[in-house]
Design a protein. Structure first.
Length: 215
């Protein structure tokens, strides 16, 4: 109970919520899971979702430990990373809003013939080469006080994110293994993009204002 009581739950829950919103707005990894679900069925899609946890944990371990070391050696890096994260949030937000204002939703390409093993490996490959994963972690490190966090807290942060990502991809796998889901997604995607885009832009402006001492 002492370990749990000592955790900065407000910061952890905020990061997990941000990550969930980021997964809700599809990027390469989400499109990978959806495409496998549409073209190859539920089993391979669930295998693709299972690849999310190890991928997120590898990214998270490298990012959090590297950031903690960097901030200890160069304290000014924390401010620089905060401003970089704010800029990335503004960029993310503007992209989602532009996508919402486009004439129509992007098509999801079905991926037929994927086996569970191939689907699992495809997820790991996408996560390893996905620029969105890198930029997402840069934003997270600008939001979370990695320099002041204990090793246990950083581990909890990463495990929580891996759990959130996996559960959401399982949801995509189950939902999009039925063809009717594609039509529902097409109708809802623009509204989701617009709402999350505005949220990300607001969060980016808040980070900048906080560093400037406005908020």
């Amino acid at each position: 109970m002492g370990f749990l009581a000592a955790q900065p739950w407000t910061e952890l829950l905020s990061i997990w919520a941000f990550f969930a919103l980021n997964v809700l707005t599809p990027g390469p990894n989400v499109f990978n899971t959806i495409g496998i679900a549409l073209g190859s069925g539920r089993g391979p899609a669930l295998a693709a979702a299972a690849g999310v946890a190890p991928g997120v944990m590898l990214w998270g371990t490298a990012a959090t430990l590297g950031a903690a070391t960097l901030f200890a050696l160069w304290p000014a890096a924390e401010t620089a990373l905060t401003l970089l994260g704010a800029g990335l949030l503004l960029l993310f937000g503007s992209r989602y809003i532009r996508r919402a204002l486009a004439t129509g939703p992007g098509a999801v390409k079905a991926r037929a013939g994927a086996t569970p093993l191939r689907a699992f490996m495809a997820t790991l490959a996408v996560l390893a080469t996905n620029p969105k994963a890198l930029t997402t972690w840069l934003v997270i490190l600008s939001l979370f006080p990695a320099a002041q966090a204990s090793t246990g807290t950083l581990a909890l942060l990463v495990v929580g994110m891996a759990s959130v990502g996996t559960l959401m991809h399982v949801g995509y796998a189950l939902l999009f293994s039925t063809r009717a889901a594609a039509a529902v997604y097409a109708r809802a995607a623009r509204g989701v993009d617009a709402a999350v885009g505005l949220f990300f832009m607001g969060l980016g402006l808040r980070l900048i204002a906080g560093r400037a001492g406005v908020w």
